[in-house]
Write a protein that binds this ligand. Structure first.
Ligand SMILES: *[C@@H]1O[C@H](CO)[C@@H](O)[C@H](O)[C@H]1NC(C)=O
Ligand SMILES: *[C@@H]1O[C@H](CO)[C@@H](O)[C@H](O)[C@H]1NC(C)=O
Ligand SMILES: *[C@@H]1O[C@H](CO)[C@@H](O)[C@H](O)[C@H]1NC(C)=O
Ligand SMILES: *[C@@H]1O[C@H](CO)[C@@H](O)[C@H](O)[C@H]1NC(C)=O
Ligand SMILES: *[C@@H]1O[C@H](CO)[C@@H](O)[C@H](O)[C@H]1NC(C)=O
Ligand SMILES: *[C@@H]1O[C@H](CO)[C@@H](O)[C@H](O)[C@H]1NC(C)=O
Length: 419
């Protein structure tokens, strides 16, 4: 019993005294790294062991979500994860000395970390997870999520059948590229695409379609700086706009054509057509809220709206013109009619046999009588219009010209949209 106790005591004393090499906590590693003795300044200085060689920061980018695209402000919001990795030759240990502990996690501000900027950034926030993983060989790994709003020149010419390309440029404008700090993309664009698509969260209006990476150095006044640009391509899913704007406009236009070719009287046509124009201008107001105010070329959808609007106005003008012609011919016919009546009266007085010089003669003659019978002297449009061959031809010509113009216009719009 006593022997055993002494044996345990000597064993524990022995291990405590003889083996300080085998210590098994993260504290020991951190102690070894001498962090507490660092001055604060230490964390701001580039940890280069070899003055000739620039330090290499490899970068990994993972697009998680496309949060919004605001055409009017020309901004996009992305949610992405950025993974940075670099090597600090002053923070190494031998894992064999520390029970095979090969990595520790430390706060970001204990060691130097690359100061990065996102060039296009106008707003946004990072996760406040400011920790870095340090490997025994001095490799630092750092991941951070970013939810940022970026400026992006959005080309809306083909809206809503457009696709956009936006840049996320990550640069470090503190350390010159050739001598001090080089930034590299770790994965190829295809790998990132595959990886991102397995993590991609949003399934909204925008579809993430492609990505390419451009590593370059940018010349500034005080040196060259390394920049990695991730170019993100995305396609708009147009279905909502087609259902909300384009189809209703087309339907209204078809209605307009139906009214134009329909059998109602010209006055009725005009009031129908004006109602339809009012309806389509409601849709134009919706569109106006989406599109940016300035653009070099007007987007095709604006041309489409404006074109249908003008065609509708033209249809109203056509109808007005026909109405005008009708009134003119009516006045003419009235005078002709009264003249013929006089002739008839004189003929009946003179007991001459009745002859009709034209087919319309007798009907024209009946017209004023009929109106008198109805007690409504002022609504004789239908009859002369159907019977005046000149008006009929004029109406046909106008309507078919209009129809042809519309066909050409819609064909051009379709071609422009699909090209
Ligand atoms: C920490 O300081 C000790 C004693 O000065 C030294 O032996 C050790 O190498 C230092 N550790 C590192 C990581 O520099
Ligand atoms: C550390 O790893 C080496 C090799 O894998 C192994 O031989 C050794 O026993 C390990 N040490 C401890 C304390 O686990
Ligand atoms: C450091 O160790 C990690 C993990 O073992 C390894 O992935 C990495 O490539 C090493 N870095 C260097 C520069 O040797
Ligand atoms: C750190 O990054 C390197 C590559 O840069 C990778 O090989 C290693 O697995 C990463 N380590 C951790 C713990 O994420
Ligand atoms: C993205 O960056 C590339 C290279 O710098 C440039 O050619 C392209 O115009 C940029 N695109 C946008 C939308 O800013
Ligand atoms: C994606 O972009 C790369 C590089 O710009 C290009 O080679 C590739 O064809 C594109 N892929 C698709 C599906 O557009």
């Amino acid at each position: 019993m006593q022997g055993a106790f002494i044996a345990i005591l000597t064993f524990s004393l022995g291990t405590a005294g003889a083996a300080p090499r085998y210590v098994c906590t993260y504290y020991d590693v951190v102690e070894h790294l001498n962090i507490s003795s660092h001055s604060k300044l230490y964390t701001h200085i580039l940890p280069k062991a070899n003055l000739e060689e620039p330090m290499e920061v490899t970068m990994d980018f993972l697009l998680v979500a496309i949060l919004s695209v605001v055409e009017k402000l020309q901004t996009v919001s992305f949610y992405f994860v950025l993974h940075l990795s670099w090597k600090n030759p002053f923070a190494t240990w031998d894992p064999q000395d520390f029970c095979n502990i090969s990595k520790v996690v430390l706060p970001m501000d204990m060691y130097w970390s690359p100061p990065i900027f996102i060039l296009e950034r106008v707003n946004g926030q990072n996760s406040h997870l400011d920790y870095v993983t340090i490997m025994h060989n001095g490799t630092f790994n750092f991941s951070q999520t970013f939810q940022v709003t970026l400026t992006c020149s959005l080309m809306i010419l083909k809206f809503p059948f457009d696709s956009q390309m936006c840049n996320v440029s990550i640069a470090s404008y503190l350390h010159p590229a050739v001598t001090d700090l080089v930034m590299k993309a770790r994965r190829t664009a295809e790998e990132i695409m595959k990886y991102s698509q397995s993590f991609f969260l949003t399934d909204g209006e925008w579809k993430f379609t492609n990505m390419s990476i451009l590593e370059h150095t940018e010349m500034l006044e005080d040196g060259e700086f390394s920049v990695v640009t991730y170019m993100i391509s995305m396609d708009r899913r147009p279905i909502l706009y087609v259902l909300n704007l384009i189809l209703p406009t087309c339907a209204l236009y078809l209605l307009d054509m139906a009214v134009l070719f329909g059998p109602s009287s010209l006055e009725e046509k005009i009031s129908f057509q004006i109602t339809i124009i009012l309806g389509s201008s409601m849709l134009a107001v919706i569109l106006n809220n989406i599109l940016p105010t300035s653009s070099n070329k007007p987007p095709i959808i604006v041309v489409f709206f404006l074109g249908t609007f003008l065609l509708m106005i033209m249809a109203v003008l056509d109808t007005f013109f026909l109405l005008h012609e009708q009134h003119k011919s009516l006045r003419f016919n009235k005078t002709l009619g009264s003249f013929q009546q006089e002739v008839l009266v004189t003929r009946t007085i003179n007991k001459l046999p009745m002859e009709c010089p034209t087919k319309e003669g007798p009907q024209r003659l009946n017209l004023p009588k009929k109106d008198k019978e109805k007690g409504r002297p002022g609504n004789p449009q239908r009859h002369p219009m159907e019977q005046d061959p000149f008006l009929l031809v004029l109406e046909k010509v106008l309507l078919y010209t209009h129809f042809f113009l519309s066909l050409v216009f819609f064909a051009i719009i379709c071609i422009k949209w699909s090209s």
